[in-house]
Structure formats: C-alpha cells, structure tokens
Ligand binder design. Structure first.
Ligand SMILES: [Ca+2]
Ligand SMILES: [Ca+2]
Length: 184
C-alpha cells in the first residue's frame, strides 16, 4: 500500500547520454538536448545542446522535489524528451520517455538504457537514452551516491530495462518488501 512507503523529499536525475538518435538536419546529424519535466508541473529543465552528433554525452543532473503525499506521488510521471536544436526553425522532437515515478522509487536507484518513443509515447522512435535516478534526503548527495552506485549498474540495467513498457493501465501499489536493501 502507498502508505507504507517512505517518500524521500528529492529525486535526482542524471541524463547521461543517448545513442542512435534520429538525424534531423541536412548534414545527417542532430544537435541534441534533453528536457526533464514532472507531470504535476509546467516547469521544464533542459540540458545543454551538444552540436552535430547522434551520440550526445550530456551528463546533465537535476534534482526535483517530490510531493509529500502518497496520492500525489501515485499520479506522478517523469517525462524526458530529446530534441534537435535548430536556429531557423522550431526544434525537432527526436523522442522521449515517460516513467512512473513510483516505479523508480520501488527500486531506490535506477540506471539503464531506455528506448525513446514518439509523441504519443507508444511507437518506438530511433535511439536510446541512458539515465540514472536516485532518491535522497538532501540535495547535495547525488554525486556521492552516483559514484557509490556505479558498481550496481549492470545488475540494475537488467532489472530496469523493462520499466518503460509496463504500467500501461492501472496503478501499482508500493510494497516495502520489494525494496532492495543492498543500496541503503
Ligand atoms: Ca533540424
Ligand atoms: Ca539542428
């Protein structure tokens, strides 16, 4: 049940990189940047643009404050979108991912590659994005935690590659016993 869950105040996202992105410029490349948004907010944060590549390395970190009510958290999605920056025209959307935040929370730390999807989130777009998500009580611990967690990445990758495709309908209940304990 959702009441069993300890809700940490902060969710840290690192958008590490992407590969295999669509080319959206006449030179056969793109100028990719990534944006992050929580579904309960209009605020959008964005990475820097990496020019002329289909394999951007952003290493972009952002911390979100989470709602402190379990019901608000149940409804919360994280939206990641990747665009090609253009100067003369509107930027081209290359693909995005939509994640249910409570799925992340169940695992405490998430690291993996995820397929980008088209605007309705259903059809697969070109490319994958590599992200890391961790939770914490303080804003400043992300880098420490990231280093500490690098060794767990392979195991987590396997577990988490399935995340974007599940939860199409119906809400998941959070169960405390599903939390991994090794990362505490
Ligand atoms: Ca373009
Ligand atoms: Ca461009």
């Amino acid at each position: 049940m959702a009441e069993e869950l300890d809700i940490p105040p902060f969710m840290h996202i690192r958008v590490i990189e992407a590969r295999g992105l669509a080319s959206a410029d006449i030179n056969g490349l793109s100028d990719p940047y990534a944006t992050l948004q929580l579904s309960n907010s209009k605020e959008i944060v964005r990475s820097k643009t990496i020019n002329e590549t289909l394999e951007p390395q952003w290493k972009f970190d952002h911390t979100f404050m989470l709602p402190d009510s379990a019901s608000a958290l149940d409804e919360l999605d994280l939206l990641i979108r990747v665009y090609d920056e253009d100067t003369l025209n509107a930027d081209d959307f290359l693909g995005g991912c939509k994640f249910i935040v409570t799925d992340f929370l169940r695992h405490q730390v998430v690291s993996g590659w995820f397929e980008l999807r088209k605007e309705n989130w259903k059809k697969v777009a070109k490319g994958k994005i590599h992200i890391l998500v961790a939770f914490g009580d303080e804003k400043l611990k992300f880098d420490q935690r990231t280093r500490m967690l690098d060794g767990y990445q392979t195991k987590l990758d396997f577990m988490l590659m399935k995340l974007p495709n599940k939860n199409k309908g119906g809400k998941k209940k959070i169960s405390k016993k599903k939390k991994p304990t090794a990362l505490q």
